[in-house]
Design a protein around this ligand. Structure first.
Ligand code: GLN
Length: 524
């Protein structure tokens, strides 16, 4: 058995299609169905790795080192399962496969066309999904020129498969007009028309709204959308997105889907446990991508899933323009700090000041990837007195290159997919705080995405091994590279070269975030 649920979006992007797909997949999983999820990104980038997080949200890295759209993060967290490169396709991948095949003579004699060559390739990728039910999220909004070929592919595939193998769900937005006190369904009507023009009829319409809609609105959407009234589902904004799995169940969405796809489901074992109460610690996320919270999605969700309210995003560039006293003043209002990953010079001096503040004032701080690298820079500058210490990413001529390009990165000229990526093994040293946080294990893997590393060979004097004396950065985990550092006489000063936020699942936040929040409980 292999069934497909195609989820399209209407009216606006960013209405929560990804969360809906993840929640639906989890609900079906709870009903005993083997589910898989596929995100289709109609852009021409081969993957999300080269995109600016300000526009497109964070780059989510999978175990197998694929740089994906952030929706794969939602899928992982909600489903509690690891995704891989097979869970995402982009138009860039499809077209480059076709063009390469053409150059290799794979289509000798034919004119290579969107239909059937591109559509066949897309259909092939969709058919190779392994779930009993495969939820396919088509990115963007219906009517976008880029997504047309994907809509055409699922249209063809649905015709080729037996009746009942495909279901189409359209997620749209219904705005509320305060001035006239009414919900407006016209944009939704029009987006359903666009869907029909592509040859697709929705089986279910999910209406996203700010507040719950009235029955007349549901009726209207059903009438103009061409679906029975019970197939219009209203999902108003909720404070906790993890409640949506439960919400969908209460709305009987699993039974409606099962009816359409002739699925046998069993919801008697449904259990969905997610945090509902949140500690009120104020955590500052010292950030540079300020366009959208999506740029730091996995970190924000990792804190939330560790049972604390979401962190406040603080502009690192703002800190940069302040003097140290002013920085201390701003940051003293927070219980803990996180310095996230990032690329490029902008805002790094602000992050370094924040790290200095945390180190000198015993404020819990977690430095992730770039954050950890800057902890080393800060220590070199302010403790060792190497005033011009830096990463060669920001100052190629620094006399103190405490962070440098990894040897194997030096010969790489291409930028896409060439970093140190995905799950890499490391050794955690016993007796360190990190080792305690990991429950006493000494070997594990964590996910990476970086080009630079700690330059231990040239600057061993900054570091010490656990148990050694002196005010230095303790190395708490290693592979060929230094993977983690910590300070002993500090409640929580931990830097890691990897991205723990990528491994958080609902009910299983990464232990580092859990430990960070627990430390705040101990201190406040
Ligand atoms: N820019 C740094 C590097 O490439 C850090 C990367 C990151 O934070 N993901 O090493």
């Amino acid at each position: 058995m292999k069934k497909f649920i195609v989820v399209t979006g209407g009216v606006l992007s960013g209405v929560g299609k990804g969360i809906f797909c993840a929640s639906l997949a989890r609900l079906l999983k709870e009903c005993g169905v083997k589910v898989n999820v596929l995100k289709i990104d109609p852009y021409l980038n081969v993957d999300a790795g080269t995109m600016n997080p300000n526009q497109h949200g964070e780059v989510f890295v999978t175990e197998d080192g694929y740089e994906a759209d952030l929706d794969l993060g939602h899928y992982e967290r909600f489903l509690g399962e690891d995704m891989s490169r097979r869970n995402n396709i982009t138009a860039g991948q499809i077209y480059s496969t076709i063009v390469k095949r053409e150059r290799d003579g794979g289509y000798l004699g034919s004119t290579v066309q969107i239909v059937p060559h591109v559509t066949d390739e897309i259909k092939h990728r969709i058919e190779s999904l392994e779930g009993e039910v495969n939820v396919i999220e088509i990115g963007g909004t219906v009517g976008d020129i880029e997504s047309e070929v994907f809509l055409e592919s699922v249209r063809q595939l649905a015709l080729e498969k037996p009746f009942g193998d495909f279901m189409f769900i359209h997620v749209t937005y219904v705005p509320y007009l305060k001035t006239s006190n009414e919900f407006k369904t016209k944009p939704t009507q029009q987006s359903v028309q666009l869907l029909r023009r592509a040859g697709l009829n929705p089986d279910m319409i999910v209406v996203r709204t700010e507040t719950p809609v009235n029955p007349e609105t549901i009726k209207k959407v059903a009438l103009f959308g061409g679906v029975p009234q019970d197939m219009v589902i209203n999902l108003p904004d909720v404070p906790n997105v993890y409640s949506i799995v439960e919400l969908l169940k209460n709305l009987d969405v699993h039974r409606k889907v099962a009816r359409k796809l002739n699925l046998i489901i069993d919801d008697t074992k449904f259990s969905w446990d997610y945090p509902k109460e949140f500690k009120q610690y104020r955590i500052a996320l010292i950030a540079k991508y300020l366009g959208t919270d999506d740029a730091y999605k996995s970190i924000i969700e990792s804190i939330f899933l560790s049972g604390c309210i979401k962190p406040t995003v603080i502009d690192a560039q703002n800190l940069e323009s302040m003097n140290y006293e002013q920085v201390c003043d701003v940051l003293s209002r927070f219980d803990g700090l996180i310095v996230p990953g990032g690329f490029g010079k902008r805002g790094i001096e602000g992050k370094i000041k924040a790290i200095q503040y945390a180190r000198e004032h015993g404020k819990p701080i977690l430095g992730i990837c770039l954050g950890m690298q800057l902890m080393v820079v800060e220590f070199a500058r302010n403790v060792m007195g190497y005033r011009q210490a830096n990463s060669t990413e920001f100052d190629p001529d620094t006399p103190y290159p405490v962070i440098t390009l990894m040897e194997e990165q030096k010969k790489i000229l291409q930028l896409g997919g060439t970093m140190r990526l995905g799950a890499q093994p490391m050794r955690i040293f016993s007796g360190t705080k990190l080792w305690q946080i990991y429950g006493g294990i000494e070997e594990t893997t964590e996910r990476h995405r970086h080009r630079y590393e700690v330059n231990y060979d040239q600057f061993p004097e900054l570091f010490k091994m656990p148990g050694e004396k002196g005010y230095k950065l303790t190395i708490s985990a290693k592979s060929n590279f230094i993977e983690a550092i910590e300070l002993e006489d500090h409640p929580f000063f931990i830097g890691i070269q990897y991205h723990p936020e990528l491994k958080t699942k609902v009910g299983r936040p990464h232990p580092l975030f859990k430990a960070f929040v627990d430390t705040l409980s101990r201190l406040t």
